[in-house]
Ligand binder design. Structure first.
Ligand code: SF4
Length: 416
């Protein structure tokens, strides 16, 4: 394993909700897959991703010194026929960024609605979900079927951009194979299985933010969600590819969430350009610096380390740790010196106003005016986009910023 790593750090709060409570102490020996912090109320269990010795425990998390030799096997979650219970035991949370506890999301009756797997992989550089769809299509379809069963959905859809041809071909083959298996089983058992033929693939537009939940619902179901409305309002659940993979693992393999799929990219020797390098099944708690080294180190000069994708990722440090929601590690180029008076034009789907203020400061500029894309409306105390992905021209808004004294504009608006 990663024997050069002195210690890993597993956070107690890797999800929306209450942090898990540590149940181990300094000096304890722990096994890979062992529960180390338990779910409190609305939250998620946390498990050790390695065999090792606990070095420090705090409310924030558990640090563990890895053993030199790591086993392939892991401590399994308890046997249960209740799929939701398995998901809760395994500590599954939405892997796409928000970290919503999966057992809460899937404890719903869609009454014949639809489960949509979001395979948009919208952010530049990120590729790991597409690689999973290419390499493990059967696992994703099995996971999707489990979620459909749990939520009483009549239909399952995998939403993907048509440019991902290998993933599309492999998914189509896998759907056919599983349907053939089910047809055979049906004939043998003489049962009527309504599951056959309920999974389909739908195309998403090849733009940003095609992966926005409301864009996905609009493209798949042809329904426009209101600002603040959840897909549940139209009988749908949207879930991330990796979350579906973890559901399949918890139910079929009794595996807790101890690994994460990530893409590493940016100004690193092996990843320069738009293609990131994919690392699947990485132990949760590993430091970002390990993957920077695995990609040959920095191409100098280098700027910020961003966790997540280049558009919506968060500025962080190279000694930050992988969590259940880390999607990517990105080494950015340094900001240019631009000592201008800036206007900020913000969008819901990109960098926030606060993030752009920070960027302007790092460039040596001054913010003289700020505004939002004209599709943004106030809802529940914050500004939301009315129609994500149907992006208007911004000329009028840009002229307004110039009239207010801006010499240059920094924007997170998606198009135009
Ligand atoms: S319409 Fe405006 S706020 Fe909405 S996604 Fe497009 S640029 Fe962003």
């Amino acid at each position: 394993m990663k024997d050069q790593i002195a210690q890993i750090h597993i956070a107690c709060k890797q999800h929306i909700g209450q942090p898990a409570t540590p149940i181990v102490r300094d000096g304890d020996r722990v096994k890979k897959g062992q529960l180390i912090a338990s779910c409190q109320g609305f939250g998620a269990n946390v498990h050790s991703s390695i065999d090792g010795t606990v070095t420090t425990v705090s409310e924030a998390g558990v640090s563990i010194k890895p053993d030199a030799i790591q086993p392939l096997e892991y401590v399994k979650i308890k046997e249960t026929n209740d799929h939701l219970e398995a998901i809760k035991e395994a500590g599954i949370v939405g892997a796409g960024g928000a970290g919503f506890p999966a057992y809460v999301k899937f404890e719903t009756d869609l009454q014949g609605g639809c489960v949509i797997v979001n395979g948009a992989e919208c952010e530049p550089t990120l590729l790991h979900n597409i690689q999973v769809l290419e390499e493990e299509p059967e696992n994703i379809i099995r996971g999707l079927k489990y979620i459909m069963e749990m939520t009483n959905a009549a239909k399952g859809t995998i939403a993907i951009k048509p440019k991902h041809k290998v993933a599309l071909i492999n998914l189509a083959k896998a759907i056919k194979n599983i349907e053939t298996e089910e047809t055979k089983e049906t004939k043998e058992t003489k049962e009527t299985k309504e599951t056959i033929g309920r999974i389909e693939i739908k195309y998403l537009p090849d733009n940003y933010p095609a992966g926005d939940e409301r864009v996905v619902v609009r493209e798949v179901l042809g329904v426009e969600l209101e600002v603040g409305q959840l897909p549940l309002a139209v009988g749908a659940i949207v879930t991330n590819v990796e979350t579906v993979k973890r559901v399949r693992e918890a139910i079929d393999l009794r595996k807790p969430v101890i690994t994460k799929d990530i893409t590493v990219g940016g100004r690193l020797k092996d990843t320069l350009g738009m293609r990131g390098k994919v690392f699947l099944e990485q132990p949760i708690g590993m430091p970002a610096s390990y993957y920077i080294a695995q990609c040959g180190g920095y191409v100098l000069p280098v700027g910020e380390i961003v966790l997540g994708g280049p558009f919506t990722g968060i500025k962080d440090e190279e000694d930050s740790w992988l969590t259940k929601t880390t999607g990517g590690i990105f080494a950015a180029m340094p900001f240019p010196v631009a000592e201008y008076q800036f206007g900020i034009l913000a969008c819901e789907c990109g960098a926030t106003i606060e993030r752009m203020r920070d960027m302007v400061a790092q460039m040596g500029g001054t913010v003289v005016s700020e505004t939002l894309c004209k599709r943004m409306v106030e809802h529940g105390g914050r500004f939301r986009c009315e129609k994500p992905g149907e992006c208007p021209g911004q000329t009028e808004t840009a002229l307004q910023l110039f009239r207010q004294g801006a010499e240059a504009i920094i924007t997170s608006a998606c198009e135009n």
